[in-house]
Ligand binder design. Structure first.
Ligand SMILES: *Cc1c(COP(=O)(O)O)cnc(C)c1O
Length: 472
């Protein structure tokens, strides 16, 4: 069974799934990756075809969880993807694939409690953490930053879990009013919303600063640097594949709205496991860090701009390191020197580290495109006109990338990462009307408050956490 190693550890000291789950980032600053990828056979895929998502999830996830029994994973899957959590599913399919144009499919991943695909991973992640903590008799405090969907998805998942508390920083500007209302409504008990007078980058810097202190280095992580989150995203690629192909063995392309490179890395992992994916297309918004490294081999950090697809407003892509590790064939020294150069100079070139500029497109099956506000609105209009389907601005970035490329000869599955109801203003701008709210979201707009205001000050944050944390 696979174990986890840090991308920066030349000794490749393996740890268990549960340890990586609680740790988040490795102590040497690297990210955890499996020391081997389990394989999905043709027969496995045949068996999984037509099965409910909980079965697919349990099968795939169990291949990675060396120290959590399969029965526990099955229980967690049933709770996470229950009808209570996914009330709006069509005939029980929690990740439905729909053809909206010839050979072009949208896979909906946002039917969960907070209407964004982050629920797919955070719902199981919270329950797994709770299980491990209970087994070990421990408590864990988590500190994270969000520019949108991670906040509410994590809070909905961790709410009321007695062994965990969550401190979530968010910037005053950038989030939609729906997102703010949603987070605010989840405040209280073990959930602490902290609104920072600044931008998302400031929030991330604060997290980094505080976690860097010995007193706080045992705070856990809920962002996609946590390996547990990535593994929980592999099963929907398997399901999406099985729904889109005519027969098992056929190839598909996936187009993935990309920010921190977590979602698309899960697709890459699925392909490494043998899922017949041809191209993985990373679609970015104006913050095109990933598109640039894929096309030109130049990884460059720059300040994130606030856009109308805010959950993809990133200045660097944390999970990219996991792919870099593979580009260097698992050589931790090389990964480390590449990442350290990036951390020092905010820019690093493949060519300076012995890699070809276009290794990702030529040898690793990646493609990319970037969108902008205008193209995003056009994509929303296109999808609506073509099929009556309302898509959210992040999904629209992916659709825009698809529209900009050549007609595919094989099925293309575009991942839908949020529901349009979360981004009313942009939908209104594109189509002239506001999407209808499901009953469960009707009351949200009246909601204000639920945030503790704070300036960009590490010591204020420290004392707040000190006062409220569970694990003293
Ligand atoms: C988080 C998020 C993304 C980006 O996912 P990554 O794993 O960071 O690449 C895209 N769309 C939405 C709606 C999101 O919330």
């Amino acid at each position: 069974m696979s174990k986890l190693v840090s991308t920066r550890d030349p000794e490749r000291q393996p740890i268990s799934y549960s340890d990586a789950l609680l740790e988040g980032l490795a102590p040497d600053g690297g990210l955890y990756v499996p020391n081997e990828y389990p394989q999905l056979s043709h027969e496995d895929l045949t068996n999984l075809s037509g099965q409910h998502y909980t079965e697919i999830f349990t099968f795939v996830k169990s291949l990675f969880t060396d120290d959590i029994p399969r029965g526990v994973i099955a229980r967690i899957a049933e709770e996470s993807f229950s009808t209570d959590n996914f009330p709006a599913t069509v005939s029980g399919n929690v990740v439905p694939v729909t053809e909206i144009a010839d050979n072009f499919y949208i896979q909906e991943l946002s039917l969960g409690p907070t209407a964004a695909f982050k629920d797919m991973a955070l719902q199981p992640l919270a329950r797994e953490m709770d299980y491990v903590l209970e087994k070990r008799g421990l408590h864990l405090d988590l500190l994270g930053a969000t520019s949108g969907d991670t906040g509410s998805a994590a809070e909905a998942a961790f709410k009321s879990l007695g062994r965990l508390s969550l401190f979530m920083l968010s910037p005053e500007e950038g989030m939609s009013s729906f997102q703010k209302a949603q987070m605010g409504s989840l405040s209280g008990g073990n959930i602490f919303n902290i609104s920072i007078d600044g931008r998302f980058d400031d929030c991330q810097d604060l997290v980094k600063e505080v976690k860097g202190l010995p007193e706080f280095n045992n705070l856990g992580a809920v962002n996609s640097i946590n390996w547990g989150r990535i593994v929980s995203q592999i099963p929907y690629y398997v399901s999406g594949y099985l729904q889109a192909v005519e027969k098992i063995g056929d190839q598909v392309d996936f187009v993935v709205p990309t920010g921190n490179f977590g979602n698309i890395f899960a697709g890459y992992a699925a392909r490494k496991m043998g899922l017949p994916i041809r191209r993985l297309v990373a679609a970015t918004n104006e913050n095109s860090v990933i598109a640039d490294v894929i096309n030109m081999g130049s990884y460059r950090q720059r300040p994130a701009r606030v856009t109308s697809s805010p959950s993809m407003d990133i200045s660097k892509a944390s999970n990219f390191e996991r792919l870099v590790f593979d580009l260097f064939e698992g050589d931790a020294e090389k990964t480390k020197s590449y990442m350290e150069e990036f951390e020092k100079k905010s820019i690093v070139q493949f060519e300076d580290h012995g890699l070809k500029r276009q290794v990702l497109t030529n040898d690793y099956g990646f493609d990319s495109g970037s969108s902008n506000h205008f193209l995003r609105l056009e994509a929303i209009r296109w999808a609506y006109k073509k099929s009556g389907r309302l898509i959210d601005p992040h999904t629209a970035d992916a659709v825009a990338t698809y529209l900009d490329s050549e007609e595919p000869d094989i099925p293309t599955v575009c991942l839908s990462t949020a529901l349009p109801v979360k981004f009313e203003a942009t939908i209104k701008e594109a189509l002239g009307f506001i999407p209808k709210r499901e009953e469960r979201f009707e009351k949200l707009s009246d909601q204000t408050g639920g945030f503790t205001q704070m300036d960009k000050n590490g010591s204020h944050l420290q004392s707040f956490i000190r006062k409220n944390r569970l694990a003293k």
